[in-house]
Design a protein around this ligand. Structure first.
Ligand code: HEC
Length: 238
């Protein structure tokens, strides 16, 4: 009787549904990518849609999130002296923007605006792999190719020129898991982080999807067994 078999599936379902990967993000890589963002990219690029609490989706626990948020001061309201008051950051604060306005950001970057990174993996042609290709794409311009001041040669950029100086050098960050921070490693990790950030609900969707498929398979099997049982007498009496 397949009853024991069914029980095994029912017991296994929750653990399979929580196992993640099945198309879900590589969280270790995305966590390292957050370190690259925080220590390098955030000097120029904002990430307005993300709160510190969202980093829980990367596998960071409450204490880590509170520590990260509290490490910076946030301007909030007016103090007793009539000046803007500052307080330690809280988990529901958004990640800080490096410039007060797009105008200030453009002025500080030779007339080019570093775009907000919240959805960059969706808006950049080629998605996350395209971002990694751009970060590893800087090289000397071929002879005869003229590079104006404030521009850098990068064949991964349409037209071959970008106003962003090469942001990564080997060992620019130190990873908590002791992975060696080479340029290709950091590029792949920050791309994984930006991919995760651009699809904040994908991990949950994958989990729910796996659960739904298992549940429907189980239901289909029960329906089949029931049908056999109901019709068995009819066949025998034939
Ligand atoms: C010194 C400031 C600075 C730093 C640091 C920096 N960027 Fe940029 N970034 C820019 C500017 C300015 C632009 C706009 C370039 C242009 O318009 O030509 C840009 C553009 C980009 C683009 C192209 C955006 C698009 O819309 O196609 C990507 C991708 C990008 N940056 C990723 C990163 C990543 C990832 C990091 C961290 C590893 C980083 N940047 C660090 C200044 C910076």
């Amino acid at each position: 009787m397949p009853a024991r078999w069914l029980a095994a599936i029912i017991l296994a379902a929750p653990s399979i549904a929580h196992a993640g990967p099945l198309g879900g993000p590589d969280l270790a890589s995305a966590q390292r990518g957050y370190a690259v963002y925080a220590q390098v990219c955030s000097a120029c690029h904002s990430m307005r849609q993300l709160t510190y609490a969202d980093l829980g989706g990367l596998g960071l626990n409450h204490a880590q999130i509170r520590a990260l948020a509290a490490a910076r001061k946030v301007t909030d309201g007016v103090g007793a002296d009539g000046r803007p008051a500052r307080r330690p950051g809280r988990p529901d604060d958004h990640l800080p923007a490096p410039f007060a306005s797009p105008q200030a950001a453009t002025l500080a970057n030779n007339g080019a605006l570093p775009p907000d990174m919240s959805r960059l993996a969706l808006t950049r042609p080629g998605g996350a792999p395209g971002i990694a290709a751009l970060l590893t794409g800087y090289r000397p311009a071929p002879p005869g190719f003229s590079v104006p001041p404030g521009s850098y040669y990068n064949p991964a950029e349409p037209g071959g020129l970008i106003a962003m100086p090469p942001p990564l050098v080997d060992d620019a960050v130190e990873f908590a898991d002791h992975t060696r921070a080479t340029v290709p490693r950091m590029a792949a990790d920050v791309a994984a982080f930006l991919d995760w950030a651009a699809h904040p609900h994908r991990a949950a969707r994958t989990r729910i999807g796996v659960g739904v498929v298992l549940y429907l398979s189980l239901l289909a099997m029960l329906a089949f067994l029931l049908k056999r049982r109901i019709w068995s007498n009819v066949h025998r009496n034939h």
